[in-house]
Design a protein around this ligand. Structure first.
Ligand code: ZN
Length: 320
């Protein structure tokens, strides 16, 4: 795991300032004598190399969380979200604001503690903090879920991922991307039903219990998550996946947002949840961090050589 060394905007600004520098150099180029040209070309090469090197170090941070507000989607039967302004005014010579809010645990982008469906398993405050961070394994079933709204992630989907990237790592955070994020926060699209108060009418994808059983038996994972409202698909009768993860102290994540913005492999994911005493879950801030792997030296050298050749051609053309 590598912590980020610089933000995307810092890197971006660095590249921009390099480009501006080149532009000013090129405007002076035609006035140069032959002996000045060689150092100029070396400079261009070094600048091009550095720009690409900085570009290659890009660290991206993606928020995988829907905003908690009055549109937040809860499972039917939960009380509504409440946000009440207590203070929002000038007090003497300074500004002061604060609010009161109340929410059910299981709404919007949220975490399921193992105790949610299994007596005696970890409650929210008991989850070891190292279980809240791990390697992101994104199982993209968007094409299948687009055709079959009751799709459940199969063992074969996990094996397809492994055939591309190797074994699912220890402590992984395995997340289904079904493309559901674009339906949020429209309740009838998310539950995929005209009757959003009756779970028997719901149709959305999730994990099949056999796939989760396979993950528990064969890969020592920390979290299973979905971009839909439940780890069990809409048409479930008795929530086998919830029971299974609870019995094995595996954590759940539901309504995880924007998974299409994260690579299937290579991200570190952090599932921040308030340390709620005796909770069965809670609203979560899910964040992905990954580094773009464009930093490769053969590209760097190739572009450096192209820059030099182009500069020589321009030089020759100007002298004729
Ligand atoms: Zn939940």
């Amino acid at each position: 795991m590598h912590p980020p060394t610089k933000t995307y905007s810092q890197t971006h600004n660095r590249v921009n300032s390099r480009l501006q520098f080149w532009t000013s150099c090129l405007s002076d180029y035609e006035k140069m004598s032959g002996s000045e040209t060689i150092p100029f070309l070396i400079l261009v090469f070094l600048e091009a190399s550095m720009a690409i090197f900085y570009h290659g170090e890009n660290t991206r941070i993606v928020d995988l969380t829907f905003t908690l507000n009055t549109s937040t989607i809860y499972w039917p039967g939960n009380p509504e979200y409440n946000f009440t302004i207590l203070n929002r005014q000038e007090v003497g010579n300074y500004w002061y604001e604060d609010n009161y809010f109340s929410t059910a645990e299981h709404g919007g982008t949220h975490l399921d503690a193992p105790a949610h469906f299994y007596k005696g398993a970890w409650r929210t405050h008991e989850i070891p903090v190292e279980r809240l961070i791990g390697s992101g394994v994104i199982i993209d079933v968007t094409p299948k879920a687009t055709v079959d709204h009751d799709y459940r992630v199969q063992i074969s989907d996990l094996q397809t991922w492994e055939s591309k990237y190797g074994n699912i790592p220890q402590g992984a955070i395995v997340l289904m991307n079904s493309g559901w994020t674009k339906r949020y926060p429209d309740k009838s699209l998310v539950f995929n039903s005209e009757n959003t108060t009756d779970p028997e009418t719901f149709h959305f994808p999730a994990f099949h219990q056999d796939a989760v059983k396979w993950l528990i038996r064969h890969r020592n994972i920390s979290i299973v998550g979905v971009d839909t409202p439940s780890l069990d698909f809409g048409q479930t009768k008795n929530y086998p996946v919830h029971q299974l993860v609870g019995a094995n102290n595996i954590i759940g994540l539901e309504n995880v947002a924007y998974l299409h913005k994260v690579p299937e492999h290579g991200a570190i994911i952090f599932a921040g949840v308030a340390k709620l005493y005796d909770g069965s879950g809670g609203p979560a801030r899910v964040i992905a961090i990954y580094t773009t792997d464009s930093s490769n030296y053969s590209t760097l050298i190739t572009i450096g050589i192209i820059t030099v050749v182009l500069s020589l051609l321009i030089f020759r053309f100007c002298r004729l």
